[in-house]
Design a protein around this ligand. Structure first.
Ligand SMILES: O=C(O)CCC(=O)C(=O)O
Length: 239
């Protein structure tokens, strides 16, 4: 019972607010390995020059600090995306067996812009999966603070705030207060597909690197391919 309580606390927080931070899933050595893998990718400028639209962002300009998808370029990050600890925690929060369908690396170097307010679910339309069955796990390779561009969330929103089937962002003036989710390297921020969130610019001197892995519960085994085919086929892509 005692061993289950951190997970229960995370689940309570996730259900109440739409996000939860889980600390201590990974060892210091693992985190160091992933930081090294991020360094390896970041030493290849061509990966940040929009090969195959990997730096594209729907409804926004491409960003030269992100690679989406990333797991096909990195066996290390593919392993992490399918790590049993991440799948177990994601599955517990989403209420089923978690299956990866989207992955990206965001380097967020000093001076990088933040992200405007959005609900992720809007960016994954036409997949036929209930919103509460989809969510992301952001594995932070560096700590994140308000200064370095942490994610900021509005708690307690569990409904779509924009028109169904449209990739649109909610009007931030109609939302409540944002809470800055400060994290340490190795922490995992689980985000529901519905939580309105944004992030600030990186005004610090260091990188704020994170991997975002997105899962669906009890999904079709072909969901990863289906999602990426749809992303390619739609003129505006998918988020
Ligand atoms: O990395 C960030 O600063 C925010 C990214 C984000 O909100 C997203 O990918 O949905």
């Amino acid at each position: 019972m005692i061993l289950d309580s951190p997970r229960q606390a995370a689940r309570d927080q996730y259900l109440r607010c739409g996000w939860a931070v889980v600390r201590g899933l990974f060892s210091a050595q693992e985190i160091e390995t992933w930081r090294g893998e991020a360094d390896r990718l970041m030493a290849q400028p061509a990966l940040f020059a929009d090969p195959d639209g990997r730096n594209a962002v729907v409804n926004s300009r491409p960003r030269s600090d992100r690679i989406d998808p990333v797991t096909d370029l990195s066996p290390t990050f593919l392993n992490l995306a399918n790590d049993p600890r991440l799948l177990r925690e994601s599955g517990a929060l989403l209420g089923g067996e978690a299956r990866l369908f989207k992955d990206k690396f965001i380097a967020k170097p000093p001076g990088a812009q933040g992200y405007g307010v959005h609900q992720d679910f809007t960016y994954w339309p036409n997949l036929g999966i209930a919103p509460e069955k989809m969510g992301s796990a952001a594995v932070f390779l560096d700590g994140a603070t308000a200064e370095s561009g942490a994610v900021e969330c509005v708690p307690g929103v569990h409904a779509l705030l924009t028109r169904p089937g449209r990739i649109e962002d909610p009007d931030k003036s109609s939302l409540g207060d944002f809470e800055t989710v400060a994290v340490e390297a190795g922490d995992v921020l689980f985000l529901s597909g519905m939580v309105p969130h944004r992030s600030g610019a990186n005004r610090s001197a260091g990188f704020r690197r994170a991997l975002f892995f997105t899962y669906a519960a009890d999904a079709d085994p072909a969901l990863y391919e289906t999602y990426h085919q749809l992303k390619k086929a739609l003129p505006h892509g998918l988020g």
